[in-house]
Structure formats: structure tokens, C-alpha cells
Design a protein. Structure first.
Length: 763
């Protein structure tokens, strides 16, 4: 709900300046003293999800007020006022704090980069930042508060005219701070930002030294341009518990060994092996800086290599990818998106050459690093876990800081902690791919969890009765957006496409989650629908005379419905327990005769008769799946490594053996047979016995539908295949280069949607 222009007490809200996992921050004017302030409120929608979620948010909110009220330190953002007020007749809890127009440490780094054309920091500047942060944290510890969410986003900047390059830091966001006396193991849950979480915090047992560990991660990031571990939240948590970070001197030999030694101690796995206090760590870091020759200290970090010199980076891949090969999509520093073919049988240390991709025209070399299963990991050589998504290239000799996007705190209830830890054992061996798809709606190599309109078996009126498939050329339609489109549906008179932005940034959950909905009567002219608080949407279907779209934000699922594609209602998905609600993350929805069936996080299956009340039917299938379909008597789910599962009721699932280990992205039931596509095409009349079809030049298909008298499949790189029987396939060679995620057939034309707002029409 937008609060701009509203007034309560003597505060007039001016504009929204930030949004987090449980609230919003507004710029406001204190009309009594005529000064600008920051107002933090709990969103109305937060308390409307369910009573448990609302109560938890309120507890965190008042915990923050209690913490700040007791802390008076020059490096901690103070609290001016707090309370509750009715805004538009609805109660809102609020905190009033100073407004810092300079923004966060992340914002300062971005602005500095724009002003100086560099993100480089000197060791002296990093030491100054760590010293201030250490003082603030030590003061909080002395008053028995653990912060537990130390990261660059949670430090605001107070600039000084006499020291623009050495600003003051203000520690903020005590929303998950904990009194040291509140350590009952029975009530603990895991909270924090995985990138910066200490091993003991990952399992719900934080101590004061957990803040020291997080500050050391922050120092590592400032020195190297990236945190030591990248990956999905659970990959990163596993790495914190098991893997040793790569020495910062490997990123830049100019850094003194003393700095490396200080960081290694502060990043010790066991809290008792770290420094006795966060102040002691900050002091040790300062002394390491002071012990170095002044020339080295003041030297800016090395510039990028000049034209003609080579650049290097590491690409982490799973054991499954190493064995079977695959395709990765990488984004370079200059914004170029390139495709990398990983050859089958790849090994650690193998180097791939990407010629002339940088702005300077240099060659880029990718050194492959195979992420081994946890039982094989040697903790003294484990690489950063970036297999799920490759960050922009960094020239290895450069310690240029690349600020991450805002990273909301991550919360795991203690009731699901054991299942998460067990799942960690699967993530590094290839299972992370399905988890990535559950979170983002996409396979790492470019395919997406594409939605489809329901099969004509159940909706004969949706697809008017043409039996021919147009063979004309595909034309690009203008969507007017740059976000990825994940799914498209047809109602009989209107196309609806959904998607959005879901950026995990530096490996933290939902760093950015915004959704888009487009409508079109003909597939050519599209209109953006403005829906408030719309998160990333992964699928949409037409069922029961309305569109139903699913998506997720901060691991919680959302379901939106619309009778006309223009007016959308949040159905406020309700679950039997908070465990079901947390990490549900709906990504795929189908209609199965009398109920909706969705696929969620950890391959869980949920059902609902109305889209509002959801029941967990399968608490994780035995495979890593990303799509499912319903034949009228049987469910079939497909996924990573040729996974195929069948079920009569969406509760009990049976694995089916096939001769193919190629990953499957989509499955449909039509013309009395199942057809599954991905890096292979398989068919089956009963879901049990499957036949692999011999298709040449097959790249990676993301969706398959039955269109009139033919099957049509679309995929990565704009590939479009057609077949009358799902056996003999013809490449349409449509001249499309963008990856296509989903296709729908209206009875007279195809509409395919894909990455970066791509929409193509054939009629």
C-alpha cells in the first residue's frame, strides 16, 4: 500500500526510499521541527498474510526499537521516536530515525565508482571502514546485543566535508538483533543473510563472535570485490560450515600476508578460534595495515589489464555438468551476455577460451572448477560456490569492489532446518540446478520453468477448433519491457504473459523480486498492467474462467487471479503450517480435473481447490523436478538428469528408469501420449516406458505444446521444433536468437515469450 502523501502525528510521508522483507522505509518531514526523517513501517500486506507471519514481523519490529533505544553510539543510527498510528484507518507500527541522504555503504561505493570511474579502495580505506564497524558492534555487544545481520547494506553513510574518502559509518537495521540471554535452543530459528552468516548462525546457534565473522566477510568482500562464497542460500551456508575461503592474496598479491592472517583467524569455523572480541579483530586488522610499508598501503589497487593482455575467472560447475556437459549463460562486465559450452567429461583446471569478449578486446579464459559432492570436498581447496549463477567477470589482478544489490535477511524456521541441511548434501552434486529453478523459474543454462495453458483435454473451449498449424514466419512483437517473461496463457480472447526480475545478487535469496503482467488481444500489441506489490511470477494458466498466476517472494508463494487480465487479486495463499509456507516458492501450476496442482521449492507438491487454501501433498519428491502434467489419470513430473516420476494422486511418486540422463525441462500430455523435452525428447504412452527420440541439432528445449495437429517445442537460442507425432521433428529455423521460455497456441497463431521481454508471433 502506497503511503506517500499520508500524515500521522506530526510526520508527513514524502516518498518511498526502501523496501525490505518485513517493511518499508519512507522519507518524511517532521513538521514540528521542520527536518527530514526516515520512517520505517510494517507493510499492511505483511500482517495480512496470516496471523503467525504478522506476529513474527511485529516481534522483530519492536525488537529493533528496543535494541536501538538502548544504544547510544556515534556509529549507530539513533532512534528519534516510535509507536503505532492509524493511517487510512489501518494500524501501522513505525520507527522514526535520522534520514541519511548519502544512503548505505553500498550506495556510497556505487557513487564513488561513478565519480572516480573506479570502484577501487585502498587498504587504508578498508581499514577505516572495518574500524568504525568494529566499534559499533563492540558497543552493541557490551550492551548484550548481537546484531546478526552485518553487511554493507546495513551501514549508512554520514559524509564529512573534510574527509569525503573516509566517511562515517552508522550501523542500522537491528531487526533480527538478539539479546545474549535469549538463547533458548527450543525457540531458535535461523535468521540473517547467508553470504555473511557464521557456521554456528547457519544452524541456529549464534554467538557474539558471529558478528565478528560477518564483519570479516565484509572486509574480504571490500578487498576482493566479492564474498568468499557464492551460490544459492543453502550452498553458501554449507560452504560457511565446511569450506575454507580462498586467501585474499590470491586475488591480489599486493595485499600483505598479515591482512590474510587476520582474516583467516576471524573466519575460523569455530567461534572460540576467532579473536576474543570484534574490537580485537578490528584492532588486529588496523595493526596489519599499519605494519605495511606506507607506499603499499596507499597504492590504489591494480588497474584492469591493458588491451592485448588476458583476463581470467573461475567457473564453478557441478559434477553432473562435468560428466554430461551443458550450456552456461554468462554476463560480462561490459554487459554482454555470452554462451559457454561446457564439454562432456570436463575436469577441474580445464581452461575454456572466450576470445575478444571484453571492452578492451582481450581474451577471456575460464578455468573450470568442479564442485564435488560434500563427502569428497577437501576444505583447503574448495572454490567459491558460484555454480548456480556466474557473476560478472572480474579481472583477477584487480581488487575492484562490485557492490551487491540490496540483500534482505533470510529466515529459516527451526522446524525445517534438518531437511535443509540434508538437502545441502544434494545441492553440490547437481541437485542445486533444480533448486535454482525452484527459486528463479529458470535453469542455469537458460531454460525457464515455462508455464502453459492447460491441455485441451480439460479446456476444449480455450483453443478454437483449427486443426492446422501455421507455418509462416515469426515476427517480433514489442513488449516494452526488459524483464524476462516466463509464461504466457490464452483465454480464448486475450493473451496474458507474466515474468519479472528475480536477482539473487551475491547469492542471497530474493535480493530483487518484482513481477510484470502483459496483456494482448492479438499477440502483437501488448499492454503493461499495473499491479501493486507484484512479485516475480513464474507461471500463468487459464482455468475456471479466470487467469491464475503463481510466483514467489522471499521464499513465500503468491497466487494472483484475474477474470479479465486487467484486474488482479492476491488470493493470499494459506498453508496448514508455517513450515509449508516458508520455502513453498510456487513455480509451476496446472489444473488437474478438480484442483490446482503446483510445484514448489524442494520439489514439493501442493494442491488447492480454489487457489487460496493449499495442502502439501508431497513433501519433496524423490527427484529434482521442474515441471509436471496430468493426463486425466496420472501425473508425470520431469527434471534434472533425466528424472521422470509418476503418481496417481500427487502424493506417492514412483521413479521411472529411462536410457537418457539428459535433463528435461517440460512435459505435456496430448494425443494419447506424454512428451517430455529438454536436452532430449522422450515419449511415452503410459508414463512408465519411455522412448528417446533421435533428434539432430537439439539444443535445449524449454516448453512443448500440442498445437492443432502438431507438437511444437521452443527453447534456448530461439530454437523451434515441430512434429506431427512427437517422433519426427523439424527445425523451423525461425531466425530467432533470444531464448524462448514458453509458447501458447490460440487456434490461429503462436505466441512465444522469452528472456528480456522477448515476444514472437507466428500466424
Amino acid at each position: 500500500m502506497a503511503l506517500e502523501g499520508k500524515q500521522f502525528s506530526h510526520y508527513r510521508i514524502l516518498q518511498l526510499i526502501g523496501r525490505g522483507g518485513m517493511g518499508e522505509v519512507y522519507l518524511a518531514e517532521d513538521t514540528q521541527v521542520r527536518r527530514q526523517v526516515a520512517v520505517k513501517v510494517i507493510r499492511i500486506e505483511t500482517t495480512g498474510w496470516n496471523q503467525e507471519t504478522g506476529s513474527s514481523a511485529m516481534r522483530l519490529f519492536w525488537r529493533e526499537a528496543t535494541a536501538i533505544a538502548q544504544l547510544d553510539h556515534p556509529n549507530i543510527l539513533p532512534l528519534y521516536d516510535h509507536g503505532e498510528a492509524a493511517i487510512d484507518g489501518l494500524p501501522q507500527a513505525y520507527l522514526i530515525m535520522p534520514y541519511r541522504p548519502e544512503g548505505s555503504l553500498v550506495s556510497w561505493l556505487h557513487k564513488r565508482a561513478q565519480a572516480h570511474q573506479t570502484r577501487q579502495l585502498t587498504l587504508k580505506q578498508v581499514a577505516h571502514i572495518i574500524q568504525q564497524a568494529g566499534r559499533a558492534l563492540q558497543y552493541a555487544h557490551d550492551h548484550q546485543f548481537m546484531h546478526l545481520d552485518v553487511k554493507p547494506d546495513n551501514f549508512l553513510i554520514r559524509s564529512r566535508s573534510d574527509a569525503d574518502e573516509a566517511p562515517d559509518l552508522l550501523l542500522t537495521d537491528f531487526g533480527i538483533a538478539r539479546l545474549s540471554s535469549a538463547t533458548s535452543g527450543s525457540s531458535q530459528s535461523v535468521r540473517g543473510t547467508p553470504t555473511y552468516m557464521a557456521p554456528e548462525q547457519c544452524i541456529g546457534h549464534p554467538v557474539f563472535a558471529s558478528d565478528q565473522y560477518a564483519l570479516a566477510i565484509m572486509a574480504y568482500e571490500l578487498l576482493t570485490g566479492k564474498p568468499p562464497f557464492l551460490g544459492t542460500p543453502m550452498q553458501v551456508m554449507f560452504a560457511h560450515m565446511q569450506a575454507q575461503p580462498v586467501a585474499v592474496r590470491k586475488s591480489n598479491p599486493l595485499l600483505p600476508s598479515t591482512v590474510d592472517e587476520v582474516l583467516q583467524r576471524a573466519l575460523a569455523k569455530k567461534p572460540e578460534q576467532r579473536y576474543p572480541s570484534v574490537a580485537a579483530f578490528a584492532q588486529a586488522f588496523q595493526e596489519a595495515f599499519q605494519a605495511v610499508d606506507r607506499t603499499t598501503v596507499m597504492r590504489m589497487l591494480p588497474p584492469p589489464p591493458p588491451p592485448g593482455e588476458n583476463e581470467y575467472t573461475t567457473l564453478a560447475i557441478s559434477t553432473w555438468e562435468a560428466r554430461n556437459g551443458g550450456i552456461r549463460v554468462l554476463t560480462l562486465l561490459n554487459g554482454h551476455i555470452i554462451n559457454v559450452q561446457i564439454p562432456p567429461g570436463a575436469i577441474s583446471g580445464q581452461v575454456l577460451t572466450l576470445p575478444s569478449q571484453s571492452t578492451a578486446g582481450n581474451n577471456l579464459y575460464l578455468k573450470l572448477m568442479v564442485l564435488e559432492t560434500p563427502g569428497e570436498v577437501q576444505v583447503d581447496r574448495t572454490p567459491p560456490l558460484s555454480a548456480y549463477q556466474i557473476p560478472p567477470f572480474h579481472q583477477t589482478p584487480t581488487l575492484a569492489y562490485q557492490a551487491p544489490p540490496p540483500s534482505p535477511a533470510f529466515r529459516i524456521s527451526s522446524g525445517v532446518m534438518m531437511s535443509i541441511l540434508l538437502s545441502l548434501l544434494l545441492l553440490l552434486g547437481g541437485g542445486y540446478l533444480g533448486t535454482f529453478r525452484m527459486l528463479t523459474g529458470q535453469w542455469p543454462w537458460g531454460a525457464s520453468a515455462s508455464g502453459r495453458t492447460p491441455e485441451t483435454t480439460f479446456f476444449p473451449n480455450n483453443l478454437p477448433g483449427s486443426t492446422s498449424v501455421p507455418g509462416g514466419a515469426w515476427q517480433a512483437a514489442t513488449s516494452g519491457i526488459s524483464q524476462n517473461l516466463t509464461a504466457v496463457a490464452w483465454s480464448g480472447s486475450l493473451f496474458v504473459a507474466v515474468g519479472g526480475t528475480y536477482d539473487t545478487g551475491n547469492g542471497v535469496g530474493d535480493a530483487v523480486s518484482t513481477g510484470v503482467i502483459l496483456t494482448s488481444p492479438d499477440g502483437h500489441t501488448w499492454t503493461l498492467q499495473h499491479v501493486a506489490n507484484l512479485p516475480y511470477l513464474t507461471d500463468v494458466i487459464w482455468a475456471h474462467s479466470e487467469f491464475v498466476a503463481v510466483g514467489h517472494v522471499t521464499h513465500n508463494s503468491v497466487v494472483f487471479a484475474s477474470p479479465d487480465g486487467h484486474t488482479w487479486t492476491n488470493l493470499n495463499a494459506q498453508f496448514a503450517s508455517s513450515v509449508d509456507a516458508n520455502f513453498s516458492s510456487f513455480t509451476k501450476i496446472i489444473w488437474a480435473g478438480s484442483q490446482f496442482v503446483v510445484l514448489g521449492f524442494f520439489s514439493r507438491i501442493y494442491t488447492s481447490p480454489d487457489g487460496h487454501i493449499w495442502t502439501t501433498r508431497s513433501d519433496g519428491t524423490s527427484g529434482d523436478v521442474g515441471d509436471l502434467t496430468w493426463s486425466g489419470s496420472q501425473f508425470v513430473a520431469v527434471g534434472i538428469g533425466g528424472t521422470i516420476l509418476t503418481s496417481p494422486d500427487a502424493i506417492t511418486w514412483t521413479p521411472r528408469r529411462t536410457s537418457s540422463s539428459s535433463s528435461l525441462n517440460s512435459v505435456t500430455w496430448a494425443n494419447s501420449q506424454f512428451v517430455a523435452v529438454g536436452q532430449a525428447i522422450l515419449t511415452s504412452h503410459d508414463g512408465i516406458a519411455w522412448t528417446s527420440q533421435n533428434v539432430s541439432h537439439l539444443f535445449n528445449l524449454t516448453d512443448v505444446i500440442r498445437a492443432g495437429s502438431q507438437f511444437v517445442a521452443v527453447g534456448w537460442g530461439g530454437q523451434i521444433l515441430a512434429s506431427p507425432d512427437a517422433i519426427t521433428w523439424t527445425d523451423q529455423n525461425a531466425g530467432i536468437s533470444q531464448s524462448l521460455n514458453n509458447v501458447v497456441w490460440s487456434g490461429s497463431r503462436f505466441v512465444a515469450v522469452g528472456d528480456k521481454g522477448a515476444i514472437f508471433v507466428s500466424s
